[in-house]
Design a protein around this ligand. Structure first.
Ligand SMILES: NC(=O)C1=CN([C@@H]2O[C@H](COP(=O)(O)OP(=O)(O)OC[C@H]3O[C@@H](n4cnc5c(N)ncnc54)[C@H](OP(=O)(O)O)[C@@H]3O)[C@@H](O)[C@H]2O)C=CC1
Ligand SMILES: O=C(O)[C@H](O)CS(=O)(=O)O
Length: 492
């Protein structure tokens, strides 16, 4: 093993996808002041490359270019936009291996999972290429003899986008797909930890024929200045954000000054409930998928696992046995289920939750320590005897730690599950149709998985209630966040 930059370039079929300049107004640029910041590989701790550290001036230029470009882009026939988006989708899938390798290098998720994210991300471009052709208005019977009423759907305008490091490909395409399909201009600011996936998408966007200026990628070490430019620049009509509820609140406050339309995909605290009559083997498969996907660094992952008293011990033993078959390592060089966490700060949160739970009576069934590989690797962990008074019941762990809570009755576990400010995803396993009907209705969440631990798809409306967000992404509903409705009253 040499270093990531050398190994990565050797892996890539198309090394030009490892782009290290920012993409602004259709040009590949450095920062105005020449500043750069490092992009590191969390699996090895080495520096992959540097990218430009852009600020508000470069962001303002990207916004202005998007505004100019969208005049023609929005005026094109929808099928023209659809065809270009479809060409972009085709290029993403044709370069899936390379995009996956770049994603693993900068974020750490194992290569198989990274390639899966590329396909998931591409599916939003494919889906919204089709939705572009179905932005329908309506006519309404007039309220007076001489009145004719129509309703138009028009692109909302230039969109500012801020996304997290945990899905550095799909979180961008889940936003730019509908925005570009609707005819909007789009300025993306990816997380500082993971700019390379966004830049690779821009390389392919250019090749697909997206008009210069309609899509820009702002790389920056800090995001707060970029966020302020998005919120204060009068040309920006929409802010779309995926990340923590804490930052979502900051952005909503900033966006209020211009009464800016916002889409917010925020934090979660997903309950995963196993009833006595559940298919336990299926529930274990679901828990492994939901809890440990992306090393638990997922807003919809199971954060609290509630197991009914009659099957608690059996479920715990089966889950531990399944976990024992998994492998931790560098996702670029070997087939593993667990890579490193994105950084060592992420480990601090996991350790804090474990320490707090054990201090309050929980037991470590497996794992519980930093991994022997060092760096930001952590042992996949299961805790038993977890209770509602522990930190993990109220905060996202965002790491490979499965806390098992015990419950007695349906009413009790619904109360536990809903006792949080979050409302993104929830899951439960049961066979009785009465239980299923009552529980799916009683859970206060935007997404409910019934006898499944994976709910992510481009065809369904993804989003949360309470403090997990505003709006929906994916499905035909996903277009609405990037359209304005215009009511025309014609007097004849
Ligand atoms: N609902 C959903 O679909 C998802 C929700 N999340 C949530 O995100 C969190 C984990 O991701 P994480 O990246 O740590 O979340 P953060 O909220 O810390 O960061 C998300 C993005 O916001 C940027 N950011 C941070 N502070 C500001 C600010 N003041 N103004 C503008 N932008 C800012 C970050 O930039 P930088 O990091 O470069 O500083 C990053 O690009 C978890 O809570 C998770 O639940 C994650 C993915 C999906
Ligand atoms: O970042 C996340 O957690 C994603 O929203 C999860 S998903 O869309 O891949 O389910």
């Amino acid at each position: 093993m040499t270093n990531t930059a050398t190994d990565l370039r050797a892996m890539l079929k198309d090394p030009s996808l490892l782009e290290t300049r920012a993409y602004v107004a259709g040009e590949w640029i450095a920062a105005d002041d020449g500043a750069v910041f490092e992009v590191t590989n969390p699996a090895r701790g080495d520096v992959i490359c540097t990218v430009p550290n852009l600020g508000r001036d470069e962001t303002a230029r990207a916004i202005a270019a998007a505004d100019v470009a969208m005049k023609d882009w929005a005026a094109r026939p929808a099928k023209e936009r659809a065809n270009i988006l479809r060409a972009w989708y085709n290029l993403m899938m044709a370069n899936q291996d390379d995009l996956g390798a770049i994603l693993t290098a900068e974020m750490g998720k194992p290569l198989a999972e990274a390639k899966g994210e590329v396909a998931y991300g591409a599916s939003f471009i494919e889906w919204f290429a089709e939705e572009a052709k179905r932005v329908y208005g309506e006519t309404i019977p007039g309220h007076m003899r001489d009145k004719r009423i129509t309703v138009l759907k028009q692109p909302i305008g230039v969109v500012g986008s801020i996304t997290p490091w945990n899905f550095p490909n799909a979180m961008i395409t889940r936003k730019c797909g509908p925005a570009l399909a609707a005819g909007c201009g789009f300025v993306a600011r990816p997380a500082a930890e993971t700019p390379l996936s966004a830049l690779a998408l821009a390389v392919l966007a250019d090749r697909a024929g997206l008009p210069k200026g309609i899509f820009s990628v702002i790389t920056s070490k800090k995001s707060s200045d970029i966020g302020k430019e998005f919120c204060e620049n009068p040309t920006v009509r929409k802010l779309t954000f995926t990340g923590s509820t804490e930052v979502g609140r900051i952005l909503l406050k900033q966006a209020a000054d211009q009464v800016m339309k916002c889409s917010m995909e925020l934090g979660g605290n997903a309950p995963f409930i196993v009833f006595d009559d559940a298919d336990l083997d299926a529930a274990v498969i679901g828990a492994m998928a939901s809890k440990f996907r992306n090393n638990g660094q997922t807003c919809v992952c199971a954060n609290r696992i509630y197991v009914q008293v009659g099957v608690y011990d059996a479920f715990a033993a089966k889950l531990a046995a399944a976990l024992a078959k998994t492998k931790v390592g560098d996702g670029l060089t070997e087939a593993v289920e667990f890579g490193p966490l994105v950084n060592t700060a992420a480990i601090d949160k996991v350790e804090e939750h474990i320490k707090d739970a054990v201090a309050k009576g929980a037991k470590i069934l497996t794992g519980g320590n930093r991994h022997a590989l060092g760096g930001s690797y952590f042992e996949p962990t299961i805790l038993t005897g977890v209770t509602q008074d522990m930190l993990v019941a109220q905060e996202e762990t965002f790491g490979p730690m499965a806390p098992l809570f015990k419950f007695d009755t349906e009413d009790q576990v619904i109360g536990y599950a809903n006792d949080t400010i979050f409302g993104l995803a929830a899951y439960f396993y049961a066979q009785n149709i009465g239980t299923i009907t009552r529980v799916q209705e009683a859970l206060e969440y935007g997404i409910v998985g019934v006898n499944t631990g994976i709910i992510s798809t481009e065809v369904a409306p993804f989003g949360g209630v309470k403090q997990s967000g505003l709006g929906r992404e994916g499905s035909h509903h996903g277009m609405e966040d990037y359209l304005e409705m215009k009511y025309i009253c014609l007097s004849v």
